[in-house]
Design a binder for this molecule. Structure first.
Ligand code: PGA
Length: 245
């Protein structure tokens, strides 16, 4: 594995969540007014729970942070139960003292997605770029909603979801038919411009793709493999996800 990648292997999901929360909290304490990139999905839920507890016990202050989320389904109403806006409200933003005016998520209701993508990149630039980006990894190696084959040079883009992603996210919806077929996602280039990246990875279902991403060839067919080229990546995995490393 490349020496730019720090790997922590934790016993289980809870230990992974605790470790990732500690790393995130230390980054906030080091730069309370920093710009932080957030991720959704099942994996970071435990970390957000620990961060909420840290806030409640007075150990972590979110008031100075600016937040940018990686992605949002399109089309989907902001207040839909499955929107990433709702997810962030429920899992973190609605639970801590973050300034709502400084939280940003791509607009799943945008009439003109291309315009929304440009505006999103401009907001990130105006904020000074992302200091610290949280990532998960999809079963197919996607980061954000950058599916296999997307160009490494993309900034925020309106993208189709692959069938494997639709099926894998169908567990959150009433049926696969209800999963939107597109998303607005920060692109690979945008993610790579973050100064520091923290990726969480849990469960045996992610073991093969984590191995491919960290130890295999760097290729758009495994979007997360691009992280081998980033200068400051920390991976926190549980034992099952790290089993093939
Ligand atoms: P998951 O999704 O955390 O729900 O497995 C990860 C991802 O798609 O980035």
């Amino acid at each position: 594995m490349h020496s730019n990648i720090k790997l922590f292997v934790e016993a289980d999901y809870d230990a992974m969540s605790q470790k990732a929360a500690e790393i995130f909290a230390a980054a906030v304490q080091a730069k309370p007014g920093g710009v932080f990139g957030f991720a959704t999905g099942g994996t970071p839920v435990g970390m957000y729970r620990v961060l909420t507890q840290m806030y409640q016990s007075g150990k972590l202050d979110f008031s100075g942070l600016t937040a940018f989320n990686l992605d949002e389904y399109h089309p989907l109403k902001r207040d839909d139960a499955q929107s990433y806006y709702t997810f962030m409200q429920e899992q973190l933003f609605g639970q801590v003292n973050i300034d709502a005016a400084k939280t940003h998520i791509p607009n799943g209701e945008a009439q003109n997605p291309a315009h929304e993508c440009e505006a999103y990149d401009k907001m990130i630039e105006d904020a000074g770029g992302i200091d610290f980006q949280i990532l998960g990894i999809g079963a197919n190696g996607h980061i954000g909603f950058n599916e296999p084959g997307e160009s490494f040079s993309a900034r925020t883009a309106y993208v189709p979801l692959t069938e494997i992603t639709v099926q894998s996210n169908a567990r959150f919806f009433a049926s696969a038919d209800e999963v939107p077929r597109h998303a607005i996602t920060m692109g690979i280039r945008g993610i790579m411009m973050s100064r520091r990246i923290l990726m969480l990875c849990s469960g045996e279902g992610k073991a093969a793709i984590l191995r491919d991403a960290l130890c295999g060839p760097i290729t758009p067919l495994v979007p997360a493999s691009v992280l081998q080229l980033h200068r400051d990546v920390t991976i926190v995995a549980d034992k099952s996800a790290a089993a093939l490393l």
